[in-house]
Ligand binder design. Structure first.
Ligand code: FAD
Length: 507
């Protein structure tokens, strides 16, 4: 195995042994390639796995190439480990907040961080058979472990073997970007690739980047007991989200003890006997803080290097591989899906892009990426979830909207749960009930947003949502109440007057 194809180093316990035996078995022997594949997939993360399994299920001869771990970021160093840690952090927070519910717990409650991380490794290993080399082989996919590289417009090389293809998919994903921060290259730092291998809780954890990953990890590590300093950009935390939605999360982060500092761009890093020194200015005031560990979570860089894209005639830039709406690259034989080509860097987006690729690559498909309604969620407490247009997007596109917002403070279940920080906001095309976008801030916003996504997919308007009975008491009632808000606007003074007349006649 060449150095490039070595998987990342993990703490070597039974859970990680199980994980590796599934996602990069050390005794794996690559198969002998067939003369030509219907589909060669480079990259075994979500986009690659879904492309491979979907195509093989339809009877195509498929090769899947993965250089590190099958499952990609999501299983190994992304969604799965981060959400396992967030769950543990929620348990710690629940204990701390138990007194609010009249549940008295002894004062000296401690977090066993080693056990938290062990639980994460165990669960990750338990999930890993689903993405395993064995499972994919049994489902008819030829699995090659090694780095894939195009050698010409219709061939890929992996560990010295040549794989010829009719169609190919580039699904090589993205990695943590190394931003141009003064001193970054001189200090040790963690990224998502190494964070989940930490076995001791950092006493002081610095995080640069207050996007979804930075915010989720800041809150989780603060709840687990780290002193967390989160450095955000001038735009504040979660810059993509509505400011009032992000503000609710900011308040929650500070409540959990996260110290927020501004000016990520002007930060200077240097080595310090105590760890890493972070210096900069926040709201015009200079700061200088030493942290034991530093996590850098400032955007993602596409994995385009070493792929032979030039030899294949595939056009790319620093944002990734260029594709058209049918996810086809400049080489019509080659498609791309997932983080490598999309601004929507989410597992479910990679999954649905892969489904488009299967249709368009193997058949005379006309499926379009722009037709997808892609929701997303940030798993802080409270969560923020969004789908479709923000009000600012609508403005930019010249679309007039009516906006309906239901505060959770007026939803009984949220009151009873002690989870009133949040709202459901839906934008509809002006004068209609056609849903164009929605933002939800709530404890389980990531679950709630699917109702709106479904409505958008099925072209169901806000009126229909208002007429769907939701069980009482649930937080999902907030969505129905937004429907009620819309329906009330239909009651024009004229209609109200008519109804009043009718009722007085029929008294
Ligand atoms: C900390 C963190 C938390 C996240 N949480 C969430 C979440 O909660 N929900 C969500 O939807 N998304 C989340 N994401 C994003 C999600 O992980 C990605 O969007 C998703 O993994 C993208 O899938 P992909 O298949 O495009 O790429 P990847 O998962 O990155 O897979 C690409 C694969 O290609 C392989 N590869 C690269 N180059 C080559 C080559 N030359 N030859 C062979 N193989 C190659 C890589 O080793 C990798 O396995 C999170 C990400 C991070 C980092």
């Amino acid at each position: 195995m060449s150095e490039q194809t070595q998987p990342p180093v993990l703490p070597w316990d039974s859970h990680n042994q199980k994980l590796v035996s599934n996602v990069h078995p050390q005794d794996w022997k690559n198969p002998t390639p067939v003369k030509r594949y219907n589909l060669v997939v480079i990259g075994g993360g979500t986009a690659g796995l879904v492309s491979a399994i979907g195509a093989a299920g339809l009877g195509a001869k498929v090769a899947l190439i993965e250089k590190h771990f099958l499952g990609g970021d999501c299983l190994n160093v992304g969604c799965v480990p981060s959400k396992a840690i967030i769950r543990a952090a929620r348990a710690a927070a629940a204990v701390r907040e138990a007194a609010d519910f009249g549940v008295n717990v002894p004062a000296a409650v401690t977090v066993d961080f080693g056990k938290t991380m062990e639980r994460m490794r165990r669960l990750r290993a338990d999930i890993s058979p689903h993405d395993s080399a064995k499972r994919f082989t049994e489902l008819g996919v030829d699995v090659f472990l090694g780095g894939g590289k195009f050698t010409c417009p219709d061939s890929v090389e992996v560990t010295g073997q040549t794989l010829r293809f009719s169609k190919a998919v580039i699904a090589t994903g993205a990695r943590a970007a190394a931003p141009p921060i003064d001193g970054l290259s001189e200090v040790p730092y963690l990224t998502n690739e190494t964070l989940f291998s930490v076995t001791e809780l950092p006493k002081r954890l610095g995080i640069i980047g207050a996007g979804p990953i930075g915010c989720e990890m800041a809150q989780a590590f603060a709840r687990l007991g780290s002193e967390v300093i989160l450095v955000q950009s001038e735009d504040g935390i979660l810059p993509r989200e509505d400011r009032d939605a992000a503000e609710l999360v900011r308040v929650a982060l500070e409540r959990d003890g996260v110290k927020l500092l501004g000016g990520a761009k002007e930060i200077k890093l240097s080595k310090d006997p105590g760890g890493v020194r972070m210096q900069g200015k926040s709201s015009g005031r200079a700061y200088s803080e030493v942290v034991d560990q530093l996590l850098v979570a400032v955007g993602r860089a596409p994995n385009v290097e070493g792929l032979g894209l030039e030899a294949a005639g595939v056009v790319f830039d620093k944002k990734g591989v260029k594709v058209n709406d049918r996810l086809q690259t400049a080489n019509p034989r080659i498609f791309a899906a997932g983080d490598i080509c999309s601004p929507f860097k989410f597992t479910h987006a990679a999954d649905f892009m892969a489904r488009i690729v299967i249709q368009n690559a193997l058949f005379i498909g006309r499926a379009k990426a722009s037709a997808l309604n892609i929701p997303w969620a940030t798993y802080t407490s409270p969560e923020i979830a969004h789908v479709g247009l923000y009000e600012k997007d609508a403005k930019e596109k010249g679309i007039e909207v009516d906006t309906y917002t239901q505060e959770l403070a007026k939803v009984d279940r949220a009151i009873l749960d002690g989870e009133t920080d949040g709202f459901v906001r839906v934008h509809v095309r002006k004068g209609t009930d056609e849903i164009l976008g929605a933002t939800i801030v709530a404890a389980h916003a990531g679950d709630l947003i699917s109702e709106i996504t479904l409505a958008m997919n099925g072209k169901l308007g806000l009126k229909t949502i208002g007429s769907a009975i939701h069980p009482y008491p649930t937080q999902a009632e907030a969505i129905r109440k937004v429907g009620d808000l819309y329906n009330r606007t239909r009651l024009t003074p004229f209609v109200k007057k008519l109804m009043g007349k009718w009722l007085s006649w029929t008294r």
